[in-house]
Design a protein around this ligand. Structure first.
Ligand code: NDP
Length: 596
């Protein structure tokens, strides 16, 4: 791809200096605290626009073997893997009206998978489904989540429109008591938290945000009643509207071309530009699909993971922007002190900037759209219509030179002292990532002796594999906290689901009453985590601020303890697999019912 091959026209020293200046412009004393909870600005932000309001049902009081919180890919995969293990008695609880998680909530126009669908959509060989495009659109992915629900008979196990309010370990019964907003009390032997990674929306803390009198919403709650249209049809009610969108991350890159097409005028308010490479989406070739041999999906997933980790492979099966940017160096780990990595990345980013000059006609707009940071400081984007949108006469880029929007008034948005009047404001301002685990979950867990998880982790998390934590028996978590991370999240969720189902099946077979990790196992896991952190600290402090580096705030020992496994996705999978193959449940202390 042309992005990678471009020569570095500026000296590395000059680029380093430019990156530093651009980063320094954006560093803020309030770091991650600059954001607002949307509930503070919007009444009923948490209300689900996709279901009839006022849903009620009788409370459910029952015993269940496993309670799974979350019906996104994490919960779906846990249900599927439990069924494969022969564990049939479980419940999946989600506040949404259906399965899908991210893909249930995010229906903004243009939403699509930014990873190849053949490796992003899980269990394709099991369901026999082949995505229609290399990068499937959101509606297809949501439909596939529903298909997974049907294929693995998960619908009759689901409690939708149900918000968990509290979970509490009952020591006497050795059960988790899961309470909900419908007054349900599920007494579960095992509790699985598959609460998602980026699901708690945030708003920019811009002065005056609450005074805006026009219409406004966050991208994860797209208001088609206002805009008209749907994810697949034009938003016909915007043709006489001046629309502003705040934020230019991966979400905005997908939404902007559609807003540009439909709005009378679109103002794109930018603090930091995204790096946008070629997408080159293609419909699935039926002949290729017919040629796939059993085991193809796992092979493809591993091929992708090896490529983004800079490991040698015989062939690049994916052949897209993600796999080509690594240039044979560790792209995911991104050690900035590695000269080879830095130079390869300078070259890639020069290509990204050159692409802007090729596409965007107005030189000042092109200049303002150029990202000056290392690729992995922010989510790399790929799109073939985003930059082109800025050539339209009805689109204005309002660049804030790294400062962010100055103020919001009842009628518009102020940048550099100029007010841009808008009828509608779209917040493409992202999601909380590094705030407290239970804050993002939206409920508290109380373990042994009534201790809350928030309290237990007040100085940082302690887990084995990011999945089990001492003092909270029979609990299995799927999260970034001390767990796996990578650019393609779904295979991580699947590996954790496999590990979860394995653990539960083993405990059932052992007639276990309760299990929890030992303190030693947690310490050992922390050492594994720390051994992989070398280089990442320097890398992230040199980065422009964003959620990848906690807005440039150095953090503390607590942040360090909460960091995910940084040794690469395949290595994390290997850790879990080795543990299962060893077969002795190493690091878990198990008590049996017969001993009770
Ligand atoms: P981001 O957090 O990436 O972007 C938020 C945007 O809001 C940034 O551009 C940010 O600027 C801007 N912003 C924040 N405060 C202000 C302010 N005061 N004034 C102006 N601008 C401001 O959120 P996204 O929703 O775009 O993406 C989140 C993640 O979701 C992605 O990283 C990706 O992992 C995932 N995603 C995945 C997709 C997929 O297909 N799988 C598609 C879309 C998203 P700044 O950069 O300066 O902070």
């Amino acid at each position: 791809m042309s992005d990678v091959k471009t020569a570095v026209r500026i000296s590395p020293e000059a680029l380093r200096e430019k990156y530093r200046i651009e980063r320094d412009k954006r560093l803020r004393a309030d770091g991650p605290n600059q954001y607002l909870d949307p509930n503070a600005v919007f009444r009923d932000f948490d209300a689900d626009p996709y279901v009839e309001p006022g849903f009620t049902r009788p409370a459910i009081v029952e015993e269940t073997e496993v309670a799974i919180v979350g019906g996104g890919f994490g919960g779906l995969l846990t249900g599927a893997r439990l069924r494969q293990q022969g564990v049939e008695d479980f419940r999946i609880i989600d506040r949404a009206g259906d399965f899908g998680g991210t893909w249930y909530w995010n229906r903004y126009p243009g939403a699509a998978c930014d990873i190849e669908s053949y490796i992003y959509l899980p269990l394709l060989e099991e369901t026999g489904y082949i995505p229609t495009e290399k990068y499937a659109k959101a509606a297809e992915i949501f439909g596939y989540c529903q298909q997974l629900g049907r294929h693995f008979d998960l619908y009759d196990r689901a409690l939708f429109q149900t918000q968990v309010t509290e979970v509490r370990w009952d020591e006497r019964r050795a059960r988790w008591l899961v309470r909900t907003n419908h007054d349900d009390v599920l007494a579960a032997r095992f509790l699985v938290i598959a609460g998602g990674i980026m699901h708690k929306a945030k708003l920019p803390g811009i002065p005056g945000i609450e005074t805006f009198k026009g219409h406004s919403f966050h991208t994860s709650r797209w208001d088609y009643a206002y805009t008209g249209g749907s994810p697949t049809t034009p938003m016909d009610r915007l043709k006489d509207k001046r629309v502003g969108i705040i934020g230019t991350g991966a979400t905005a890159v997908q939404a902007v071309p559609n807003l540009a097409r439909d709005a009378e005028h679109l103002y794109v308010f930018q603090r930091t530009p995204s790096g946008v490479g070629e997408r080159n989406n293609q419909p699935t070739d039926p002949a290729w699909a017919a040629s796939l041999q059993p085991g193809w999906q796992q092979e493809r997933i591993e091929n992708f993971e090896a490529l983004v980790a800079g490991q040698p492979v015989e062939q690049d099966l994916i052949n897209d922007g993600w796999t080509q940017i690594s240039g044979g160096v560790n792209f995911e780990g991104g050690a900035a002190d590695d000269d080879q990595y830095e130079l390869a990345d300078f070259a890639r980013m020069e290509g990204i900037r050159a692409r802007i000059d090729q596409i965007v006609q107005d030189p000042a707009t092109a200049e303002a759209l150029k990202p000056w940071y290392n690729t992995m400081c922010k989510r790399p984007c790929f799109h073939d219509e985003y930059l082109q949108s800025f050539n339209r006469p009805n689109v204005t880029l309002v660049d804030t030179d790294g400062k962010g929007v100055e103020r919001i008034t009842p009628t518009g948005v102020v940048v550099g002292g100029t007010e841009y009047p808008v009828d509608c404001l779209v917040y493409a301002s992202g999601f909380e990532v590094s705030t407290g685990y239970t804050r993002r979950l939206g409920f508290e867990l109380y373990g042994k002796s009534g201790q809350s998880l928030t309290d237990a982790w007040k100085d940082g998390a302690a887990t084995l594999h990011g999945m089990y934590t001492k003092g909270f028996p029979n609990l299995l978590m799927s999260s970034l906290v001390q767990g796996g991370t990578g650019v393609n999240v779904v295979p991580i969720l699947d590996n954790v689901a496999t590990q979860t189902a394995y653990t539960i099946k083993r405990m059932v077979d052992l007639d276990a009453r309760a299990f929890e990790p030992t303190e030693q196992a947690q310490e050992d896991w922390l050492c594994v985590l720390m051994s992989h952190l070398t280089g990442t600290g320097k890398f992230s402090t040199e980065c422009t601020p964003g959620f990848y580096n906690n807005e440039g705030s150095l953090g503390d020992h607590k942040m360090a303890r909460n960091a995910p496994y940084a040794g690469g996705t395949l290595a994390y999978f290997e850790e879990l697999k080795k543990w299962r193959e060893k077969g002795d449940l190493e690091g878990l202390e198990v008590s049996r019912n017969s001993e009770a």
